[in-house]
Design a protein around this ligand. Structure first.
Ligand code: SF4
Length: 388
């Protein structure tokens, strides 16, 4: 078994260690890869029996370990490991870059994955086309910082089907928008140039969906986090996005209980939430991951209070989400079917957002099909309706 790990926050480290333990108990032959792999000692201390530990993006290392520990057998082009897609056949993640140039004080990703390295645009588009040819209906663009795409190569011009195309987010979105499938953008840092992709959303070229991790709203906390954004400007930007593309779904993530966060600053965050009326929101209680600069900050918030603030934050957002979803009752939405009776609209990314549950229709809707659903009911996260 190969366990792909995450080392982002302590909770993720624990989850990864638990998964390795489960795999060892199930099967006994375990190769560890991914971010936590760089902390070999941590893994070995808890699980000395793992066969090999490799780091992030080390496919050759994983393959060497597999070959070293699997009995030799004749090459079989149909069953040999050549690259495995872990998502269902109808959607896929498209990774456009690796690493990050920011140094947010709560995050150790740059120390594990290094500075931003953008993949050449021609290569990204080739992968996207191959996925679409293989039946993928939705591409989820991911990276550590999608809006920084191409900064490291000075937006170098590459070639997409022989046409010169810049290594830049908006150019990538335009090219992806020609593939005729859903394109969803994740981890978009709120830079001003993000505004450039909004017209593509309004024209229906890419999904009207932006996942923008704002993290906080208090200027002092944002500064301590070493995040550039300013709440007022962010609200202005959100208003601007909605003016260009009124149907946009905005998703974000926040941290509650960051070191030094006062009750007043937490209230500022709640007020921002109320004002911004975001569609989808996740909130983490601050987790002091080993090696993060934020751990040195004064006045850490006690764990209980961090959890309590996170719960208050999520309650506040639940009310907003319920109200927003209620407004969709009576409308007809196009959904991509994930499984019988369950689909997702443009507002729902897989795994992290809600779903659209549906009944009806003489012809069953199969996974990977686009169908229209008349929304009849809603709750805090999901919609319920009938196939049209
Ligand atoms: S932008 Fe994201 S990946 Fe980069 S340092 Fe900040 S939190 Fe980490």
């Amino acid at each position: 078994m190969i366990v792909n790990t995450c080392g982002f926050i302590d909770a993720a480290v624990q989850e990864s260690l638990d998964a390795i333990g489960e795999a060892l108990a199930e099967n006994g032959k375990v190769i560890v890869t991914g971010c936590l792999g760089v902390r070999e000692k941590t893994i070995k201390e808890v699980h000395p029996a793992v066969l090999a530990i490799t780091g992030p993006h080390d496919t050759p290392g994983v393959m060497n370990a597999v070959h070293a520990h699997l009995p030799p057998k004749p090459h079989d082009p149909y069953t040999d490991l050549v690259g495995v897609k872990l998502t269902p056949p109808h959607y896929a993640y498209l990774k456009i870059s690796e690493g990050c140039n920011h140094r947010c004080t709560f995050c150790i990703i740059p120390s594990m994955r290094g500075d931003l390295v953008s993949r050449p645009i021609g290569e990204v588009m080739q992968e996207a086309e191959n996925l679409v040819k293989a039946g993928v209906k939705e591409l989820l663009v991911i990276s550590q910082d999608t809006s920084a795409y191409g900064v490291d190569v000075k937006y170098r011009t590459g070639f997409v089907k022989g046409k010169p195309t810049k290594t830049r987010m908006v150019d990538l979105c335009r090219a992806l928008g020609e593939l005729g499938v859903w394109v969803r953008l994740h981890y978009v840092y709120p830079y001003p140039h993000v505004d450039e992709v909004l017209p593509l959303m309004a024209e229906g070229k890419i999904l009207p969906y932006l996942d923008v991790p704002f993290q906080h709203a208090s200027p002092r906390i944002l500064k301590l986090m070493r995040r550039p954004a300013n709440a007022e400007k962010v609200l202005e930007r959100i208003r601007g996005w909605r003016a260009i593309c009124p149907e946009i779904t905005i998703r974000s993530t926040f941290i509650a209980g960051f070191p030094g966060e006062t009750e007043q600053e937490f209230s500022e965050l709640l007020a921002f939430l109320d004002e911004a009326q975001l569609d989808r929101v996740g909130c983490f209680a601050y987790s002091p991951v080993e090696g993060a600069a934020a751990n040195q900050l004064p006045d850490p918030v006690p764990a209980e209070l961090r959890e309590e603030r996170q719960a208050r934050f999520m309650q506040a957002q639940e009310r907003i989400s319920a109200q927003k979803l209620k407004r969709k009752v009576g409308t007809t939405l196009e959904v991509l079917v994930d499984e019988p009776g369950v689909g997702r609209s443009s507002a729902d990314a897989p795994e992290i957002d809600g779903v659209v549950r549906f009944e009806g229709a003489r012809v069953a809707a199969r996974p990977g099909e686009f169908r229209n659903v008349l929304v009849e009911r809603s709750d805090a996260h999901d919609l319920f309706g009938r196939l049209r």
